[in-house]
Design a binder for this molecule. Sequence first.
Ligand code: IPE
Ligand code: IPE
Ligand code: MG
Length: 251
Amino acid sequence: MIQTKPKQTWEDRVAALKTRQLPRHIAVIMDGNGRWAKRRGLPRIAGHREGVKSVREMIEAGKDLGIEAMTFYTFSTENWNRPRDEVSALWSLLVTAMNREIEDLKRNNVKVRTIGDLSALPPQPREEMFRAIRETEKNTGIVLTLAINYSGRSEIIYAINTLLASGVTSVTEDDVTNALMTKGLPDPDLLIRTSGEMRISNFLLWQIAYAEIFVTDIHWPDFRKEELAVALDWYQTRERRFGKVSEQLRS
Ligand code: IPE
Ligand code: IPE
Ligand code: MG
């Protein structure tokens, strides 16, 4: 008789992962929604819609694992260059998803933040995000940051201008860190990119200086708890040397 290994439950996975160091902050470049949809002969927006479910699962998983912060690249400044129909469908989806999820986010003690320039958004998604930030600001659980109309370079420019306006003539690394929109968050320990592209696409340029980078071929709508566990298993095999040599870490 063939012995099949009993399937590990999610709770088993969580318990095993928690025995070793987990990232405090996970950043995600959610890519491949369009390709996921195309493969199925569906419109691109169907991929974006399915991708929202992955975000939901990541937050649940992050909460189970005790992750402090998760940051999702939701809309880049470059994404304005997509066809108008897709851009407006993305804003509608953001409104629908926030509306649907806000009560659960509140109940789960999730603190919603955004990075990026919300002032350029159409009024509805902008107001929806302001509301989510306002209604969850006192929450003390996982910090969910959505990068919307975001790019790493524009964030750095924003930081430089803030610093210049304060009248300083020279700055330290800490000054820059604290002038960025991610102020208060630890740097991401783990950066995940789905759908295979080996690039950063202008995401968190300053903050990922020492992040471990996990790229998977899986498209974002298919990236669920189990795939996160695979990424975290891999993360836990990394030796984070920060410039030192191995022997120094073991002594
Ligand atoms: C990521 O999926 C979602 C956003 C950028 C909003 P894509 O829409 O980039 O999917 P692909 O890369 O075309 O497959
Ligand atoms: C990066 O994905 C932006 C987001 C995930 C929001 P893109 O699909 O826009 O990235 P490129 O253009 O292929 O680098
Ligand atoms: Mg893409």
